[in-house]
Design a binder for this molecule. Structure first.
Ligand code: NAG
Ligand code: NAG
Ligand code: NAG
Ligand code: NAG
Ligand code: NAG
Ligand code: NAG
Length: 374
């Protein structure tokens, strides 16, 4: 092909193309990028974007709460400005009371000779975090193995405050399977002894951090019997012992009882180590004895049988019968020394019963003496 012919064809094509541009149809504006909601801290900058196309190039106007917005031409600290591509820019967002706040619903309006387009509404919120918790966590006591729930209602805030918990000042790790965070509540299941401590609910968002009061979680140990009573078999007139030792947190109190009737009046003693001693066992003492350990977290019991066998000799049997018939009266209680926890108690055998006993057994003392700890 001849070079000049080629050039002419090229110019012709170019001419057609450029001609079509000059005479392009007018197109109404179209919003290609809508603004979206923003939450901004007072004093921070913010941008609400808006991009449009259309022919001829549309002009942009912004509305706030449906009313045309005064925009600055570049010098305004307070008034937002419209950037060249259409976005609305705030140098420093104001959060004052009505009239002094930039909070509101913003709309971008694009116009050209072919028409008008309106963007989606976008809200500008001022970020806030109030001081007061709506629900403060309260102290909780649970037994070991149970479920502990610590409540927390964070202060009102925007954006929605994020919640974490601290135990004794350290953030707790919610990937630990004992902990579950459920709409602010901390659920500890099962609670163990070492979960006891001071728990603080911490709420935070872009504005700041708020800490709740410290709530005390006390995980109590249910009573456990470390030593249980065992069945015992004793002869008439002998002594019987039942052991019972309990631990727990708080330390449990231990009480002894009988399945039928009261403990043998005057002949039993509970030692400081909770051992039950029954002295001078009679046939009526046979039966079931129960040790009960109680604290705030629970109760545990254990029972054992007391079996009473015939006395070995007939002489012992007789003595036993006679002693059983004796009636005594409290004679004298003496504190051994000031400040001492030891006392001496003297029982006097009732005269009428005693004379015969004395005569038969040729004993002179008319007093039974018991020394015991208070
Ligand atoms: C946008 O906001 C204005 C002013 O608040 C309101 O009048 C209008 O109904 C809203 N439009 C839409 C689509 O929500
Ligand atoms: C939390 O616990 C998980 C698993 O027990 C562990 O992988 C992770 O490192 C812990 N995170 C922290 C901050 O201690
Ligand atoms: C608590 O004690 C258990 C064992 O009883 C242990 O496995 C766990 O790591 C302890 N937790 C903490 C927070 O000390
Ligand atoms: C104690 O005696 C009772 C009743 O005779 C019996 O049921 C129980 O098994 C005995 N306990 C022990 C530890 O031997
Ligand atoms: C009580 O016992 C003490 C010590 O054995 C004795 O000194 C005192 O006199 C007794 N009192 C009476 C009223 O018997
Ligand atoms: C009585 O006091 C002694 C020492 O002063 C002490 O070892 C003992 O445990 C006390 N007994 C009771 C029942 O408190």
């Amino acid at each position: 092909m001849d070079r000049s012919v080629f050039m002419r064809i090229l110019f012709t094509v170019f001419g057609v193309l450029s001609g079509s541009r000059v005479h392009a149809e007018e197109t109404p504006p179209r919003v290609v990028h809508h603004p979206s909601d923003v939450v901004v801290k007072v004093g921070d900058p913010a941008t609400l974007s808006c991009r449009v196309d259309g022919n001829p190039k549309p002009t942009i106007e912004w509305l706030r709460n449906g009313q045309p917005l005064d925009t600055a031409n570049g010098d305004g600290q307070w008034q937002p400005m419209v950037l060249s591509e259409g976005s609305l820019f705030f140098l420093s967002v104001g959060g004052g009371r009505r009239g002094q706040s930039h909070e509101g619903v913003y709309t971008c309006v694009a116009r050209n000779s072919a028409g008008t387009a309106t963007s989606r509404n976008a809200s500008l919120y001022i970020a806030v975090l109030q001081e007061e918790f709506t629900v403060q966590p309260s102290d909780v006591e649970v037994a070991e193995g149970e479920v502990a729930i610590l409540n927390c209602g964070p202060p009102m805030g925007h954006p929605e405050p994020n919640i974490i918990w601290k135990n004794n000042g350290l953030p707790i790790n919610t990937s630990n399977h004992h902990y579950t965070l459920l709409s602010g509540k901390l659920i500890i299941a099962p609670a163990e002894k070492n979960h006891s401590g001071a728990y603080v609910c911490v709420a935070s968002n872009t504005v700041g951090v708020r800490e709740s009061r410290a709530a005390r979680l006390s995980v109590l140990g249910k009573p456990v019997l470390v030593l249980k009573p065992e069945n015992v078999s004793v002869r008439l007139g002998e002594s019987a012992q039942f052991y019972c030792q309990a631990k727990g947190d708080p330390p449990p109190s231990v009480v002894w009882s009988r399945e039928q009737g009261p403990l043998p009046n005057g002949r039993y003693l509970v030692n400081p180590d909770q051992t039950l001693q029954i002295h001078y066992v009679t046939a009526q003492d046979a039966g079931k004895y129960t040790c009960t350990a109680v604290n705030d977290a629970g109760v545990v019991t254990a029972s054992a049988q007391l079996r009473v066998e015939e006395a070995a000799s007939t002489q012992q049997k007789d003595l036993h019968k006679e002693l059983s018939a004796l009636r005594v009266a409290l004679e004298n209680v003496t504190i051994m020394a000031p400040g001492s926890n030891i006392s001496q108690v003297q029982w006097k055998v009732r005269e009428n019963c005693f004379r015969e006993f004395q005569r038969k057994h040729k004993c002179n003392s008319c007093v039974i003496c018991v020394v015991f700890s208070l």
